[in-house]
Design a protein around this ligand. Structure first.
Ligand code: F6P
Length: 344
């Protein structure tokens, strides 16, 4: 068989582990593998590279993606699907493995449904917001980076007796803020899943001041919204080709308000792309590797229109459609658990 793979959307640690997993497994079974450059853009432009054992040697230990990535939205390009079909035919590709988040996998699903192209999805995103898989790779690395950042702001906030607001990525899902916030001992955690009341936050922080706790750490998701604000805090009015706004700025806004309302000096820090960079954790290297191997096995068994997923400790196949119809956000019970520790 001839396999092709691509990485689309925001990069994340673990992508190279998947590419290596696919390549080593496929070549070991006598297949050929190519990689399209820059996600769907590579298919449109017919730009591919051969993936050999030499090309993927040791790459599972590195962050980013050797294939590069883009947020090109195939269905938005005039004649995009036809062009994709043409490229895949010309390159004699039997199975296309798309490694990406909800956007990339949504396109893979449409190609399967509408063009009957043999696609298989591999779920990636630091946001961990894909349904039908327990975890996405990239997430573990990102929350560990965020947790270390929380550990670091504790000491400086404590020394200066300040409030430190840490803004965490994650778009419309609060998983990273929730889990890094708990692990990193944030005193308040604010998520996109529930609008927050600034007066309640002030109440918790003032109580800490009154009981002699000289500093506070607030974890806020980039997609968190105050009760009195319509819409999200964004960097500008631009949207990407999938229609996503560029979130960011809520941490700065919150720090200013908290300084005014509590009378305590406040600072903010935006973790941003630091959370997506660097080498993957052992968990993400292993998960990425296993997903890559399973994607090849599925293709060999003729199973297409599926996404490989982690369920418990097993790697299984689920319909691609199940993965892209609903975003997996933080359930109320999980947020309530975190609230037990607010102010502590
Ligand atoms: O989906 C991953 C993610 O890192 C989000 O958490 C964030 O909102 C977005 O991508 C940032 O995208 P970009 O790298 O295009 O600024």
């Amino acid at each position: 068989m001839k396999f092709a793979c691509l990485t689309g959307g925001g990069d994340c640690p673990g992508l190279n582990a998947v590419i290596r997993g696919i390549t080593v497994k496929a070549i070991g079974n006598g297949h050929e593998v190519i990689g399209y450059r820059r996600g769907w853009a590579g298919i449109l432009e017919g730009e591919s590279v051969a993936l050999t054992l030499d090309a993927v040697e040791d790459i599972h230990r590195t962050g980013g993606t050797i294939l590069r990535t883009s947020r090109t939205n195939l269905p938005k390009v005039k004649g995009g699907f036809d062009k994709a079909e043409e490229t895949l035919k010309k390159d004699k590709v039997d199975a296309l493995i798309a490694i990406g988040g909800e956007d990339t996998l949504g396109v893979a699903n449409k190609l399967y449904q509408e063009k009957k192209i043999n696609t298989i999805g591999v779920p990636k995103t630091i946001d961990n917001d894909l349904s039908a898989t327990d975890y996405t790779f990239g997430y573990d690395t990102a929350i560990n980076i965020a947790t270390e950042s929380f550990d670091r702001v504790h000491t400086t906030a404590n020394s200066h007796e300040r409030i430190l607001v840490v803004e965490v990525m994650g778009r419309h899902a609060g998983w990273m803020t929730l889990e890094a916030g708990i692990a990193g001992g944030a005193h308040v955690i604010l998520l996109p899943e529930e609008k927050f009341d600034i007066n309640e936050v002030v109440g918790i922080l003032k109580k800490r001041q009154e009981t002699g706790k000289g500093y506070s750490i607030v974890a806020v998701s980039e997609g968190a919204q105050p009760k009195d604000l319509e819409g999200f805090v964004t960097q500008d009015t631009e949207k990407d080709s999938f229609g996503h706004v560029k979130l960011g700025g809520v941490g700065q806004m919150l720090a200013k308000q908290l300084e005014k309302l509590t009378g305590q000096e406040s600072r903010h820090v935006v973790l941003g792309h630091l959370q997506r960079g660097g080498s993957p954790t052992a968990f993400d290297r292993v998960l990425g590797t296993r997903l890559g191997v399973k994607a090849v096995e599925s293709a060999e068994q003729g199973e297409f229109g599926v996404m490989v997923a982690l369920r418990g400790t097993d790697i299984v196949c689920v319909p691609l459609a199940d993965a892209v119809t609903k975003l997996k956000t933080v359930p109320k019970e999980r947020y309530d658990e975190a609230k037990i520790f607010f102010g502590q």
